[in-house]
Ligand binder design. Sequence first.
Ligand SMILES: [Zn+2]
Length: 276
Amino acid sequence: MASLKMLFGTAGIPGSSKKRDSVSGIKRVKELGLQAMELEFVRGVNMGEATAKEVGKTAKEEDIVLSVHAPYYINLNSSEKAKLVASKKRILDSARIGEIAGAKIVTFHPAYFQKQDKKEVLEKVTNVIEELVKYVEEQGWKIKLAPETTGKASQLGSLKETIYMCRKVKGLLPMVDFSHLHARDNGRFKERKDFEKAIEEIPEKFRKMLYMHASGIRFSAKGERNHLDFEEEGNSFRYKWLLEALHKKKVSGRIICESPDIEGGALLMQKYWKKL
Ligand SMILES: [Zn+2]
């Protein structure tokens, strides 16, 4: 089992980091004994190229792997040209800055259905993403785009849709947010086997280096409401089952914790993983 490798990290700068900048955040991640950090550009790509270089240098020195979360305000299915253009730009700006920082992937929530035919939306968005992947490759960037499984049924991003896009577009990687899947499917993971089934839907080639998000989560019939800590009341997402299933299915990869206590959750997962 020595070949199994799982890295754990935080969605953004750890809460316990004294300074609220990414360089300090990376150093804190290292101190905590974690291995990964996601740069959160969720409210806009507000990192300049000079900072990105410094962030990349620090991550290399500290041996912390980086990923990027693109802004939330993205809809690759928008019928308004200006919104579509702005959405593409947010992804590409995230990729450009992420590339400078040496991040491996940029993840994003691809689109809203807006009551349109789901298959048509999927096709349309897949084509737009293919264009973006081509652009990234033409720039010679190594960073990969990774659409995320989303938390609401109104958003494109079921596991099936995400895998469909990643099979169709070469170089595209899935970002599997298991907590989102739990919420969008109204409590999908009722036992460990349900996690195993979801993992089986993911093609083997992605399971060797799978990018994942996990957190406690509260949901309603419409899906995700808010993230919770794993041990908080109201959470029915069982991270231990997820880890057991990943271990059983011999998945390697990275898990970024998006619970409110980002480092607490990441450390809980890491501790349990080591016991398996
Ligand atoms: Zn996300």
